[in-house]
Design a protein around this ligand. Structure first.
Ligand SMILES: C[S@@+](CC[C@H](N)C(=O)[O-])C[C@H]1O[C@@H](n2cnc3c(N)ncnc32)[C@H](O)[C@@H]1O
Length: 267
């Protein structure tokens, strides 16, 4: 038993089995809304920690030239699966295994118009180095879109222990943590919706938000380790000091989950 990493890719594999056109469209909509554009024609898009590959696919569908990499070989497999399914042989979408902490690996990269790293950099074990490295890949006047876990003080410390315990357990026993968590999270919401006469309305709204699946996200949350957190102002200060302007932000307002930021790198 040691400092095991959560195997994100295995979780994404189950998710892709049920990926719908609607979820893909929602992912595209999320990108269009965050960047305030109709499409990404003529833009280069780097997806760091591409996971399922859904947002790489969405960016490619919107016309961007896409490069995706992920540390986890199963995540890479998932992204390659989506590429093969929708863009077989396409030269404008590349996928490979890579580590945002590996400076030698990163040295081959050009600068990108958009660097997208949603829910990734806090899972590297060295979040601030990862933030720096991701920012270094953004072109002048380019965009950096990141989502970083909100710092909830003692709650975050407790979650770190739960996540570490989850990863230290043998696979067969992990359901003893993830299933009760999922029921606690969704049981109340679903019961309320049924009582209001609007069954599954919250569930459907969740899927619509980023095209994600509640179960995959719940397992991802419980298992996601290494795990670091930051207050919104810490992320703002970090990039502000390095010459980035904050364009858009959505925080969890003290709650659980990721604060999202769109920065522009000033030339
Ligand atoms: C929560 S998932 C997010 C996936 C995707 N960005 C999304 O929005 O759905 C985090 C991903 O970050 C990847 N990751 C973790 N550490 C990494 C690193 N050092 N370099 C690149 N990817 C990493 C994981 O393998 C995983 O696929």
């Amino acid at each position: 038993m040691g400092n095991k990493r959560f195997e994100f890719g295995k979780n994404w594999k189950n998710y892709l089995d049920n990926l719908s056109d609607e979820q893909i469209k929602e992912a595209e909509k999320s990108l269009r809304q965050w960047f305030g554009v109709k499409n990404l024609e003529g833009k280069s898009f780097l997806d760091i920690g591409s996971g399922s590959g859904l947002f790489s696919l969405a960016a490619r569908n919107l016309g961007a030239r896409v490069f995706s990499f992920d540390y986890d070989k199963n995540s890479v497999g998932c992204t390659k699966y989506l590429k093969h399914k929708f863009y077989k042989g396409d030269k404008l979408w590349q996928v490979e295994q890579g580590d945002i902490l590996d400076k030698t690996y990163l040295s081959k990269f050009e600068k990108y118009d958009i660097v997208y790293s949603w829910g990734v950099l806090h899972h590297t074990g060295h979040m601030y180095q990862a933030l720096q490295n991701a920012g270094d890949l953004v072109a002048d006047n380019g965009i950096l879109f990141i989502a970083i876990y909100n710092d909830q003080g003692s709650m975050s410390k407790m979650w770190k222990i739960i996540k570490k315990t989850y990863n230290d357990l043998p696979g067969a026993l992990r359901g003893f943590i993830s299933v009760p968590f999922f029921i606690a999270l969704w049981g109340g919401r679903c019961a309320k919706d049924i009582l209001r006469g609007t069954p599954f309305v919250t569930w459907k709204a969740y899927v619509k938000k980023r095209g994600m699946s509640p179960w995959t996200d719940a397992v991802d949350w419980v298992g996601g380790y290494p795990f670091e957190v930051a207050k919104p102002e810490e992320i703002f200060d970090f990039f502000h000091e390095r010459g980035y302007s904050l364009e858009k932000m959505m925080t969890k307002q003290g709650g659980n989950g990721c604060n999202q930021f769109v920065f522009v790198k000033r030339s």
